[in-house]
Ligand binder design. Structure first.
Ligand code: PLP
Length: 466
């Protein structure tokens, strides 16, 4: 697994600085020294984000805002939202999070939803609902779902877990999904179609209205993955930016995910999943009345969850209100436009599709990973893409500080010049990308990733081994 320097990640940078625990100590440790140690790590790790040169990841970035959310979190950190008898606040807060999100996305009073642990759950749960609806209402035993090739990889995870066959639709010239391909590949086994608003790779919004027409005609579901865009596109539209319709105003849209832990500016670990109506939502519920441990029911994948995250999410939405969401979105759209214009002004680069707040670009003539190498040296942390090789800058609030877009465009000019005469043949930041997309390369990568995941659960090796 490559880090942003293109080297292998050092998973254990603290191994010689702090004590390493291989087992519980006979006696506990002094609280203050624990907090000091954690504060040291946090302060160092936050420095990367605080420079405002990171794509995505840190969506709000305001110290005050996070301190406020943490205060809300603290009050319910220990509470289990499954236990509604003890914590009726969870019912109020979650229902209101869902209602506020549904209203933002133009749902009528039939639109309903759930709060999940993140975008991944907000994509797995609806796939379960469509699969089971297909089985129960239509007797479909070999369910298929059609997704754009650019759809989020959590849908691959969903298909893997749920035994769904995933069909990957190619893109049209404009980088949006090829609608005619989708139309031709709907079969009697198709339970749902997915479109992104926008997708993670390129920030491109699929033609949701056309996908919805297909879904309506065939009586199947259309899930809109608004995990990234759900909490910012509505404000972009209000500000007058051209945002094609993607929400519940489009009749064929049957479910929609929007991540509160991205542009909802909440803490990591929550997302909202909305359904057109409760008749569809019920297919994701899990109930078991015969468990010796008691009668059990839960809305989706998760079991016990912290009330703290729910409280913090609710607090973020209520404290910001539409006014702040719009204001932040104005800055983000303005910054993204400046970056897009800067990229477009360089003949060596090509902007991918028609971006809104996330700008992806590639180069028909240069190795874009060489460009990235130089940007990394300048402290920028863009996301490297593959198939085809490209980079993206997902603009967030920290990037809207004065001068950031201008500094980025200036550094991008220099990086493009560097890429014409790179210091090394193989770009550092592209080391692994050459391997993807072929069966042999994928084998190598899968082995590497398995080793990386194993390493993530190793206690730091003793010095000398690492
Ligand atoms: C972030 C994201 C998701 C979900 O990812 P999580 O890491 O589970 O929150 C899904 N779709 C898109 C387009 C995303 O950007």
């Amino acid at each position: 697994m490559a880090d942003e320097d293109g080297g292998l990640i050092d998973f254990y940078p603290y191994r010689n600085r702090f004590p390493t625990y291989h087992r519980l100590q006979p006696e506990g440790r002094d609280r203050q020294s624990i907090l000091d140690e954690l504060a040291t790590m946090a302060a160092e790790e936050d420095r990367i984000a605080d420079r405002g040169r990171v794509s995505g990841s840190i969506y709000h970035g305001g110290r005050d805002h996070y301190a406020f959310l943490t205060e809300a979190f603290r009050l319910f950190a220990h509470a289990n939202v499954l236990q509604r008898d003890m914590y009726p606040s969870a019912t109020k807060l979650e229902a209101e999070i869902v209602a506020m999100t549904a209203a933002m996305l133009h749902g009528d009073d039939k639109v309903c939803g759930v709060v999940t642990f993140g975008g991944t759950e907000s994509l797995i749960d609806p796939m379960l609902a469509y699969r089971d609806r297909g089985r129960i209402e239509k007797g479909i035993t070999e369910p298929e779902v059609i997704v754009p090739v650019t759809a989020h990889v959590a849908l691959d995870k969903a298909a893997h877990l749920l035994g769904i066959k995933l069909l990957k639709a190619p893109l049209a010239e404009d980088w949006r999904v090829d609608v005619e391909w989708v139309r031709r590949h709907v079969t009697p086994n198709t339970v749902a179609i997915v479109g992104s608003a926008p997708n993670y790779a390129h920030g491109v919004i699929d033609p949701i209205e056309q996908l919805a027409d297909i879904a309506s005609e065939r009586g199947i579901g259309l899930h809109v993955d608004g995990c990234l865009g759900g909490f910012i596109l509505p404000w972009g539209e209000r500000l007058g930016h051209p945002v094609p319709r993607f929400d519940f105003r489009v009749p064929g849209v049957t479910s929609l995910s929007a991540d509160t832990h991205k542009y909802g500016y909440a803490l990591k670990g929550t997302s909202v999943l909305l359904y057109r109506d409760a008749a569809l939502r019920k297919y994701q519920y899990f109930t078991n009345p015969d468990w010796p441990g008691g009668i059990y029911f839960s809305p989706g994948l998760s079991g016990s969850r912290s009330g703290g995250l729910v409280a913090a999410t609710w607090a973020a939405m209520v404290s910001l209100g539409e006014g702040s969401y719009v204001e932040i979105a104005r800055d983000i759209f303005r910054t993204a436009a400046a970056i897009r214009d800067g990229v477009a002004s360089m003949p060596e680069l090509e902007v991918i599709g028609d971006p809104t707040f996330l700008v992806a670009f590639r180069s028909p003539e240069l190795n874009i990973y060489h460009v990235n190498d130089r940007l990394i040296e300048k402290g920028w942390r863009l996301n490297a893409l593959q198939l085809p090789p490209a980079l993206h800058f997902c603009v967030t609030r920290p990037n809207t500080a004065p001068g950031v877009a201008e500094a980025f465009v200036a550094d991008l000019h220099k990086a493009v010049e560097y890429a014409k005469h790179p210091a090394r043949e193989e770009p550092k930041s592209g080391a692994l990308y050459g391997l993807g997309g072929t069966p042999e390369g994928n084998d190598v990568l899968n082995t590497l990733f398995t080793a990386a995941l194993d390493a993530m659960y190793e206690v730091a090796p003793k010095d000398g081994r690492g």
